[in-house]
Each structure stands twice: as structure tokens, then as C-alpha cells.
Design a protein around this ligand. Sequence first.
Ligand code: PRP
Ligand code: URA
Length: 208
Amino acid sequence: MALIVLDHPLVKHLLTRLRDEQTEPARFRAYTRQLTFLLAIEATRGIPVVSGTVQTPLEPTEGHTLAKTVVAVPILRAGLGMLEPITDLFPDVRVGYVGLERDEQTAIARAYYRKLPPLEDSRVLLLDPMLATGGSAAQALDVLFEAGARDVAHICVVATPEGVQTLDSRYPEVEIYTASLDRGLNAQKYILPGLGDFGDRLYGTNAR
Ligand code: PRP
Ligand code: URA
């Protein structure tokens, strides 16, 4: 499996702002968008292009057009915070949704929604900020591959060795793009050092 941990000063800066417990939801959402933008650029580096001629105001020259559709699939709910930068970058993107929620006691995800466009010939970007146990991402990948996906990258803000191992054992062909490989999980299956409950911090639903 390819695990790509982005090594860029701006990625480190944005991740630190996300980790900071003082960062409130409005800025948390903005930092998430900026960081996802950088992750998405890397995750789409390998997209093929076709060459052709373009007429500039001065003369014809060689140009390039993306030869593969991008499909973005956020895992609800926290993955929604990563969607806007992808739709900004790729205006022709198609968007699917997978709804999953971890049980607070068992940390096992329950599926509650799915809606997908055709996936066969596309670069599919699975969006979920937290790869903790890997259970949610693995369930979402089951859905995507059953629906015909063949070329999938998982984009997350933070990953754990456990989560990477889970995906590697089931879907070794899936590339993981992340800002950090964190240390591990606590007893409640939260990422350490992590940044807390991503969905709660994104949407202000935590009790603080
Ligand atoms: C969080 C997160 C991931 C999942 C990761 O979602 O957004 O989807 O946990 O954990 P895992 O790798 O152990 O499966 P949560 O279930 O809390 O739902 P939410 O996005 O609605 O907050
Ligand atoms: N989901 C989160 O939002 N945070 C974690 O640390 C683990 C799962």
C-alpha cells in the first residue's frame, strides 16, 4: 500500500492549527479546506491528460486536458468539511456520499446512507479526515468497490498505524494521502495526539 504523508511547511502549520483545542469551528473549517486543497493536489498528481492544440490570442500551442473524471465521496458527516476544495479544484467533479457513524461504545461504524454516481472510469477520492481504527474507511471502500470503483485514493487529515494496517490488509491498492501518521489510539479509539472529534469541532456540536 502507498502511504503518502505530505511533507510541506504549510501542511504542518495548518495541521497544528487544527490540533489546537483553542481553534473554534469557523477557523477549524477554514483550515480544513486549506489543508484538503494541498492533499487533493497530491492525490490527483497521477491523473492522465490528453494532449491537443489550443489557440492562444497569439498562436496555436500544445495544451492538455484531464482525461479522467474525478469523483469525490465524503464520508458523512466529517468528510463534508473536505468537499468544497475538491469541487473548487475540479469543476466537472461528480460527488457521491456514504453516511457512517461510529457507535460511541464499540467504535464500530453503522451505515445509514449512500448515493453514488458511476465510478468505473474515474479517479475516486474518498474523503474522511480521521483514519482511526480504519473501520469506517474500510466499510466505505467495500461500498465503492462493490459499486465498480477501480482507482481509489483515501484522503485524510490524520491516520494511525492501526488504520493504515486495516486498509492495507483489505485494499492494498488504495493510496492513502495524509498530513500526519499519528501515534495510535486511546481506549475510546480516539487518535493520539489527534485533534479530538473532527465532526464536533467542524460543526460545533461538542459539549465545551
Ligand atoms: C469519525 C470520523 C471517521 C471515523 C473514523 O466519524 O469522521 O468517519 O470516526 O473512525 P474509525 O477509523 O475508527 O472508523 P464519526 O463516526 O464520529 O461520525 P461523524 O463524522 O458523524 O462525527
Ligand atoms: N473520529 C474522530 O473524529 N476523532 C478521532 O480521534 C477518532 C475518530
